[in-house]
Design a protein around this ligand. Structure first.
Ligand code: SF4
Length: 434
């Protein structure tokens, strides 16, 4: 048994879990391959937040069936949000899958692989930190969610909101920086509720400050996703105060209408959300704001949808992740609220959001033209370097120099709604602050 392949669908939390699973498999002596067909162990990291994500996982599982049946010594593991506390249904539907693992519960696959490798997992598997990480990496700081929004399956699959120990996280960031990581993104379903369950109740502001002070090798620190009700003034001020914490806040609003927000059980109103965004913008100069929203939630009228559009128009986000509502069996909405907005209408509303956001983004990004931006280069694609600004804008750079993993100043020469282009700045071109 020598090779593994991890296939991941879904959110950044899944990507982080896949990296940690990969770290464990590498400590057991396996190496990654790009194609599942070349692997001895295939791990599918699943998502059930929307029906189409779940359909893709089922499609992958189905296509792996002959691969497994022709070589029963191969291993298939299913992990992530598709695996709930009860697994009998999954076992019956996919009897050829060797193990089912709930989010962050990697032990059963570690045991199977260790046994096949003839090693003791206790002695082999240490901290789940990738041996050769990329220059930017996700670090989960909490797992699960206590909010129970009516549309969301996550609290049922990932469990209650549990924070990882404070010092472990600082040590993990130190270890990652020593392995060449330049940027960490601290992850949680509600990252801004971090620490509520820890002794002494340290909060996200304390954690950002500790990582900033104790891991100076890191060039950048980000965090996501925030819940409006947990975004404290202390956290906002920490972002403004700490220069290596990026001015970037991901704050889903989900719907613009107060009745829809109440039906979603989001716990805030349109006016409260606007006030919070105003306060964030007043405290953190040039902050980039990103949001998530759902169109076509049960009962959403045209007039109520207009309030969502109005919020997008007024608040001018740097990115909007829009989704058409899809029923998730087991949620409160699935049990209590009929899915009464026709699919075609949901899609029309989504297109209206996307068209408006494209216009806003082309205006926002045009403001970068001629400025000089600090860019962390994290890849090379089709002959161009690519990286991100402090505000998370994607930048393509034409250069013959080796820029891999470098923090460089880039003069922006072209903009579009989706990306920026530029060249390395000359020393006389000072870096813009926004
Ligand atoms: S805050 Fe709401 S949408 Fe976010 S993970 Fe928790 S239940 Fe789901």
């Amino acid at each position: 048994m020598r090779h593994y392949h991890i296939w991941t669908v879904g959110c950044q939390m899944n990507k982080a879990d896949s990296e940690r699973m990969g770290a464990a498999l590498e400590q057991l002596g396996l190496s990654a391959v790009d194609e599942p067909a070349d692997a001895d162990v295939v791990v599918l990291n699943s998502c059930v937040v929307r029906q189409n994500a779940e359909d893709r996982v089922v499609g992958m599982l189905t296509s792996l069936k002959p691969w497994k049946q022709s070589h029963p010594d191969r291993t298939i593991a299913l992990m992530g949000c598709m695996v709930g506390p009860q697994q009998d249904g999954l076992r019956k539907q996919f009897p050829y899958v060797d193990t089912f693992m709930r989010p962050q519960q990697f032990d059963s696959l570690i045991r199977i692989v260790a046994e096949k490798q003839g090693v003791d997992p206790e002695g082999c598997v240490g901290p789940l930190v990738p041996g050769h990480p990329r220059v930017t990496i996700f670090v989960p700081i909490s797992h699960g969610c206590d909010k129970f929004c009516t549309f969301c399956i996550i609290p049922y699959r990932r469990g209650r909101d549990v924070s990882r120990p404070f010092d472990d996280l600082v040590d993990e960031c130190k270890m990652l920086a020593a392995r060449g990581v330049k940027e960490v993104t601290l992850l949680g379903q509600n990252v801004d509720s971090y620490g509520h369950d820890l002794p002494g109740k340290p909060d996200l502001a304390d954690l950002l400050t500790a990582i900033h002070e104790r891991v100076p090798e890191l060039s950048r620190i980000r965090f996501l996703t925030s819940h409006p009700n947990d975004m404290s003034q202390r956290i906002i001020e920490a972002v403004a105060r700490l220069p290596r914490v990026m001015e970037f806040i991901n704050l889903p609003f989900q719907a613009g209408d107060d009745m829809v927000l109440a039906n979603m059980r989001r716990g805030y109103t349109n006016a409260q959300y606007r006030e919070l965004v105003g306060r964030i913008r007043a405290t953190i100069p040039n902050v980039a704001m990103v949001t998530d929203l759902i169109v076509g939630f049960p009962g959403e009228t045209e007039e109520q949808f207009e309030r969502t559009l109005e919020l997008v128009r007024d608040l001018r986000f740097d990115k909007v992740h829009g989704a058409a509502y899809s029923v998730r069996p087991g949620t409160i909405a699935a049990r209590q609220l009929p899915d009464d907005v026709p699919q075609a209408e949901k899609e029309r509303r989504l297109r209206a959001v996307e068209a408006l956001q494209e216009r806003i983004l082309s205006e926002i990004n045009a403001g970068y033209f001629g400025t000089t931006q600090e860019v962390l280069v994290d890849g090379h694609h089709r002959g161009r370097w690519q990286g991100r600004t402090r505000t998370d804008k994607l930048v393509f750079i034409e250069s013959d120099e080796d820029l891999a993993g470098r923090l460089v100043s880039v003069r922006i020469t072209k903009t579009s709604p989706w990306s920026l282009q530029g060249r390395l700045a000359r020393s006389a071109e000072p870096v813009s602050t926004g």
